[in-house]
Ligand binder design. Sequence first.
Ligand code: GRG
Length: 301
Amino acid sequence: MEIKTYLNEQRLVVEGALEKYMPAAEVENGLFSVHIEAMRYSLFAGGKRIRPILCLAAGEAVGARPSLETDLLPIACALECIHTYSLIHDDLPAMDNDDLRRGKPTSHKLYGEAGAILAGDGLLTWAFDLLSNSEKSKLLPEKRLAIIHLIARAAGSLGMVGGQLLDICHENKEFPFETLRAIHRNKTGALITASILAGGIAAGADQAQREALRRYGEQVGLAFQIVDDLLNATSTTAQLGKAAGSDACRGKATYPGFFGIEATRQKAGAAVAEAESALNIFDAKADPLRAIARYILTRSH
Ligand code: GRG
């Protein structure tokens, strides 16, 4: 399997499902149309869809059948809604104050700050609407609840939100490497790990499989963030579609800041190797997960 083909095919599957599950602009006779347009603007701005694809691939590793795949899709889409909300809010003037994301103006540049805040709020809330909607998927209530709890925990104060706050509070400050690990683990790693575990749980993973997927998720999340740090330090704005070199400008501590570029590359490679070894209990159905881990090392944006 060629990983780029796989990622492309899965991205289209996710995008088709997002089209299907997002509210239509004409809800309430079009009264909310600008708000829905703002949500859709960021949701369809060209993201890689890594979190939903990881969710689907984890389901595949556990042996999801085609009928179950349709139950995985609302979860995959909910994860992308949460991720997109986090990017919209991260770009706001009160946070990173970025004008460009994925090569396009950020949400607040087009819809104003209130419009962008509400687009993010709408996406976050829509994610839980999707996850809890028993008309969209046929998951057993117990599984559904476990997945909702897992994702809520990962996205909230003890996960991504907490990590974002830690990150902001430590700008322009010196701190130990352990703090950087905590920032990354929460800001980036928590939602990635939850995406993988949610796919596994939906597909019926047993305890050993869940533990293996959790270990894989933690290492893939770490590799993803290390590569993000590397790209921020070494790429151009045109290559990234967002401000390059912004970490250094904002006084953010990063892996290259602690270890230099070469040692950082090695650490990303080591995390990917760890991620692959966590999958030893799975057969060839986990090959997409293995290939995604390796792909993360080579991504260019
Ligand atoms: C505002 C609660 C809140 C959280 C923001 C996601 C985030 C937390 C901040 C964005 C800044 C950043 C570099 C986060 C690390 C995670 C990361 C690499 C996000 C970008 O994810 P990709 O590469 O983005 O999957 P695409 O554009 O492909 O969707």
